[in-house]
Design a binder for this molecule. Structure first.
Ligand SMILES: [Fe+2]
Ligand SMILES: [Fe+2]
Length: 135
């Protein structure tokens, strides 16, 4: 059973308060979805958390893109493309497969975990750096 700190590391902190709160919540939902897929969990629990993960991801991407527009972030386009790609993956086969029986398959968990961690560490971190250098 993964725990929050198996996915989260403070290296993921961007220094932008609401973005960091979103990221922590996303990691929590991801870990909860995985744990709710374990045998013995109430049926439908994982599916419910997964759909929350999907809608929260969309909410977060929109908020992050709004912030990048406000600060005139130079790599907005790149971020937008990454967000769009991931949203399509989420809407597509990964969650269809995992959502069918309300289970989050192990390989789906690994894919989601790695994407979120890498995206935050490689892309979102730079938003905070840009904001601090700009002021
Ligand atoms: Fe992002
Ligand atoms: Fe983000």
């Amino acid at each position: 059973m993964p725990e929050f700190n198996d996915v989260w590391t403070d290296k993921m902190l961007t220094g932008v308060e609401h973005i960091d709160a979103h990221h922590r919540h996303l990691v929590k939902l991801l870990v909860d979805a995985c744990n709710a897929s374990e045998a013995g969990s109430p049926p439908g629990a994982a599916r419910e958390i997964l759909s929350e993960l999907v809608s929260y991801t969309k909410y977060h991407f929109a908020a992050e893109e709004r912030l990048m527009m406000e600060i005139k972030y130079p790599r907005l386009k790149e971020q937008r493309e990454a967000h769009r790609w991931f949203t399509e993956e989420l809407n597509g086969h990964f969650l269809t497969i995992s959502g069918k029986d309300g289970m989050l398959a192990a390989q789906v968990f690994v894919f989601l975990r790695e994407w979120y961690a890498e995206h935050i560490l490689k892309h979102d971190i730079d938003i905070g750096i840009f904001m601090r250098s700009d002021s």
